[in-house]
Design a protein around this ligand. Structure first.
Ligand SMILES: [Zn+2]
Ligand SMILES: [Zn+2]
Length: 355
């Protein structure tokens, strides 16, 4: 089967034939149907984040159909449709039992190898830029048979990360104002989450006019092109002193600083973007002292087995948008072109599809 492999940062991804093992106990083998091309993958190409081990098999957002299961897998069977959770959930650690399974403490997010290329191991956690993948059953959410996986694959990462940051983590109140720095795949879902939460004002901030247009489709009410004007100043003007919430969805410490600087006294800045490996975030101490909160939101504080089904229902009811998030579909072979589109700001999301 084919897999998209990163051999070193700053080099094109290679799509290669690889051998995949049979699933071990508590694992299953999945045929990938749809895989969203997320900026977090591109971070490995640009060197913003360092892969755990190379050669690295790419992708983390995806959905598929179970081909076979290892010993001990009882709740999932061959033929079932699955949306992958970013996180494996043991169900028994403190965070899992406390309703915070996205930060399960049992499963380390460590590189493993169940695939070889020309006899040499290649490494991965739960790759999706592959025709088939091996994953822990504990990282899978079984979904109804009528789920359209080529669209629903986005729920795996972008949709829950954005909506969950608003609804699960920040718990934005009805009527609150919120600013969203970065209107890519996740940022658009923060906006969509704000609309679900009945936020009063949703201020979209980006440097790409096309993304600000998408932001309007997803429910943003105000728009700031931060290449042309100071977003902090504009947010203060629009909100009369500062937003109640600001979400950083780009992944740079300087933008975290802008987010906290743009919330009012008592406001909350939420770090959603994947920050560069090893870098600090700095804020003005006095700003925190004025009852401001700086919080992180990992994977939308998701409870995937509840939230994914909730989001699927909202989609069926027309209350959230998935199709509008997908700018184009491409085959796996076009992964480099998909990253190129992303880096140029031409797409919200590309979905890789498999025959
Ligand atoms: Zn992602
Ligand atoms: Zn756990």
């Amino acid at each position: 089967m084919k897999a998209a492999i990163l051999y070193q940062p700053h080099a094109p991804i290679a799509v290669k034939d690889v051998e995949i093992e049979d699933p071990q106990p508590d694992e299953l083998l999945l045929d990938i149907v749809g895989a969203g091309v997320c900026h977090s993958d591109y971070h490995y190409v640009t060197g913003h984040r360092t892969p755990r081990r190379m050669p690295w098999v790419m992708g983390h957002e995806g959905a598929g159909i179970v081909r076979s299961v290892g010993a001990g897998v009882r709740t999932i069977a061959p033929g079932d449709k699955i949306i992958l959770s970013l996180d494996a959930m043991c169900g028994s650690c403190r965070n899992c039992t406390n309703g915070r399974p996205a930060l399960c403490e049992t499963y380390p997010f460590e590189a493993m190898s169940r695939m070889t290329q020309d006899g040499e191991p290649v490494y991965h956690v739960r790759p999706t830029f592959v025709e088939q993948t091996i994953v822990l059953a504990d990282a899978c959410v079984k979904v109804p048979d009528d789920t359209p996986l080529e669209q629903a694959c986005l729920i795996s990462c972008a949709v829950i990360t954005g909506i969950g940051a608003v609804v699960n983590r920040a718990k934005v109140e009805t009527g609150a104002s919120m600013a969203v720095f970065g209107c890519g795949g996740v940022g658009l879902n923060v906006i969509q989450g704000g609309a679900l939460a009945s936020a009063g004002r949703i201020i979209a901030v980006d440097t790409v006019p096309y993304k600000l247009e998408l932001a309007e489709q997803m429910g943003a009410t105000h728009f700031i092109n931060s290449a042309q004007e100071d977003p902090v100043q504009r947010i203060k003007e629009i909100t009369g002193g500062g937003a109640d919430y600001a979400f950083e969805v780009v992944g740079f410490p300087a933008i975290v600083r802008q987010a906290i600087d743009s919330v009012r006294k008592t406001g909350t800045a939420v770090v959603v973007g994947v920050q560069p490996t090893g870098q600090d975030v700095s804020v003005e101490g006095w700003h925190l002292l004025e009852d401001r909160t700086l919080m992180g939101a990992f994977h939308g504080a998701a409870r995937p087995r509840i939230d994914f089904l909730w989001i699927l229902n909202l989609y069926k009811q027309g209350k959230i948008k998935l199709d509008e998030l997908i700018s184009r579909y491409r085959p796996l072979d076009e992964i480099n072109e998909a990253f190129e589109d992303m880096s140029q700001g031409k797409v919200a999301r590309t979905v890789l599809v498999f025959d």
